[in-house]
Design a binder for this molecule. Structure first.
Ligand code: S3P
Length: 428
């Protein structure tokens, strides 16, 4: 795909991004486990979530898709032994949460994924589950993973070594179906699991320091309207900020404080971002985000802020190229374990674009403003890198060429439509 520089975008656009990926996975999985029928509205129909949906069907969960809803008939705690491999595609959330969800079930499953997912560490979850009786006759780290469930998981008290919501959620899902447990160390990682499980009747206590205690509980199905994904909205926020004259309004964006780091960070950099019509929807904060062209200043990102915007660091890097002064992002080593080694991908991409960027083992720094020269990148099979390159093309001096853009479908299937909607231009 060839992305052409588009210095003049529309002056005004209303961009409705799709439903939140993290919440969509959880709405499907938790309602599948629950008793009763749930209607999920505005569920993301991206490839990652469709993998979760397909796997739940293999586990005996009746799921129907109507025009407006995804209807899930909960199995009341009893998944069926699947007859084939559970394919998680590119989705780390699917694989890690499935490990926890299925850990207390008397079934044996084989989980696998695409080439990228087969390289991502799963022992950050299996290490804990093995300790409480779950078995892994072969690999407990790289997929394919065979997991044999354990119906007698005892109460546990674990401290995570990474502030990861995927690890925390997997362990909470195992605990809620067993003897309960405590998961410590997940401070400032997204808390959709805690909120949704509470909404479905589980006894969950979230402490101020981020520790979570959960009691064994039976879940009741809950209708859910999924807020729009702040991680998808972030691309259009930065497009507006870096534009010369474009205001973009993003309706119904999820603003859960454990996800809203990108908004606070852009504001700290001097961006004009306002939130209107803030309200609560199914236990999650949502609002309409309005973003204006702005002049940015570099910042040093606080380590505690990183989990609240872990997926937005690629697009923040683009904002940093246009900010006056130095932006320093450190303490983000886990970025190397995402859909690609994102520190490497970000650094390689911006170097190709002619940007001077410094790579650290745990982050990067950029001193701006610097012009984006354009060039050819490979995309790294990583949706967030490809979408960052697309937004970069809007302000680039020359075209940006990306070899393969298919990965965008994992989280944002209508990205290109909305990109054109604001005035972006591409040819295939
Ligand atoms: C996610 C949590 C984050 C994030 C991922 C989705 C989730 O990963 O990067 O895209 O839905 O729980 P970690 O919690 O491992 O940092």
């Amino acid at each position: 795909m060839i992305l052409h520089p588009s210095p003049t975008l529309k002056t005004q656009a209303i961009i409705t991004v799709p439903g939140d990926k993290s919440i969509s996975h959880r709405a499907l999985m938790f309602n599948a486990l629950a008793t009763g029928t749930a209607h999920i509205e505005n569920m993301l129909m991206g490839e990652d979530v469709l993998c979760t949906l397909q796997i739940l069907r293999q586990l005996g969960v009746p799921i129907t898709l109507s025009e407006q809803y995804c209807i899930v008939e909960g199995v009341g705690g009893h998944f069926q032994q699947p007859s084939s491999v559970l394919y998680c595609g590119n989705s780390g959330t699917t694989m890690r949460l499935m490990l926890g969800l299925l850990a207390p079930q008397p079934i044996s499953v084989i989980l696998t994924g695409d080439a990228s997912l087969q390289k991502r560490p799963m022992d950050r979850v299996t290490h804990y589950l093995r300790d409480v009786g779950v078995s892994y006759p072969e690999s407990d780290n790289l997929a394919p993973i065979i997991q044999q469930g354990c119906t007698t998981i005892p109460h546990f008290d674990f401290t995570l070594h990474i502030a990861s919501a995927q690890m925390k959620s997997a362990l909470l899902l195992a605990a809620v179906q067993s003897a309960g447990g405590i998961v410590r160390g997940g401070k400032s990682s997204r808390d959709h699991t805690e909120k949704m499980l509470k909404g479905m009747g589980a006894s969950v206590l979230q402490e101020a320091n981020g520790d979570v205690q959960i009691q064994p509980s039976t879940l009741k199905a809950q209708d859910i309207t999924v807020p729009n994904d702040i991680s998808s909205a972030a691309f259009f926020m930065v497009a507006a900020v870096l534009s010369s004259q474009t205001t973009i309004e993003l309706p119904n964006v999820g603003l859960n404080p454990t996800r809203a780091g990108i908004i606070h960070t852009l504001q700290r950099m001097g961006a004009s971002v306002t939130i209107v019509n803030q309200r609560e929807m199914c236990g999650e904060l949502v609002g309409d985000v309005v973003v204006y062209p702005s002049c940015l200043t570099g910042i040093t990102l606080n380590k505690d802020t990183i989990p609240t915007m872990i997926d937005e660091l690629p697009i923040l890097a683009l904002a940093a190229t246009q900010a006056y002064g130095t932006t320093i992002i450190r303490g983000a080593a886990d970025l190397r374990k995402k859909e690609s080694d994102r520190i490497h991908s970000i650094v390689q991409m911006f170097k190709t674009f002619g940007v001077d960027i410094v790579e650290y083992q745990d982050g990067f720094s950029i001193t701006g403003p610097q012009s984006i020269q354009g060039g050819k990148i490979e995309g790294f099979g990583d949706h967030r890198i490809i979408m960052t390159a697309a937004i970069a093309s809007l302000i680039s001096e020359n075209p940006i060429v990306i070899e393969n853009v298919d990965a965008v479908n994992t989280s944002f299937p209508n990205f290109w439509e909305l990109f054109v909607e604001i005035g972006g231009r591409f040819t295939s």
